[in-house]
Design a protein around this ligand. Structure first.
Ligand SMILES: [Zn+2]
Length: 155
């Protein structure tokens, strides 16, 4: 075997992607199952990762608040430290003013529910509402620069 051929073989070996294996430890043993999309955890263990737990916790919080506001339809049901409100403010802050209908589309929330949050923001002087060119819609303009305490799903 010539030197050149040897180097080629070696390069082939190095170039081969190693299949990632799950690094989770269970009962003192490494799981070692193969993973998908280059992740370091298998499908069973990825759901137990701190990030997945955080996402699930926040989604649960988000969905239960949206359900509560939808049911009441009242700005009095929105709490000052509302998680959904923070998400909405983030979207408006990072992506600019939106109409109620446009925002509803963007964050996949029912228009009636977005409207409650818009009214809350107007009442609390977090935003101004102005009539949109299209009838039956309002543009939400944030007032001032908000500060955020947690990372976001939408922005
Ligand atoms: Zn695993």
């Amino acid at each position: 075997m010539s030197n050149a051929a040897y180097r080629l073989d070696e390069a082939d070996d190095i170039g081969k992607p190693t299949k990632p294996r799950c690094a989770a430890v269970e009962g003192g043993k490494i799981c070692d199952r193969s993973t998908r999309h280059g992740k370091d955890l298998c499908a069973d263990h990825i759901i137990e990762s701190p990030y997945a737990k955080w996402i699930i916790e926040k989604l649960t919080l988000y969905n239960s608040e949206v359900a509560r506001i939808k049911k009441s339809g009242s700005i009095k049901s929105i709490e000052e430290d509302s998680f959904v409100l923070q998400e909405i403010v983030k979207v408006l802050h990072y992506r600019g003013s939106k109409s109620i209908k446009g925002l509803a589309r963007e964050i996949s929330m029912e228009i009636d529910v977005v409207e409650v949050y818009a009214r809350y923001m107007a009442r609390r002087k977090l935003a101004k509402l102005r009539r949109a060119k299209k009838a039956d819609d309002y543009i939400i303009d944030l007032i001032g620069a908000p500060t955020f305490t947690s990372p976001s799903f939408h922005a």
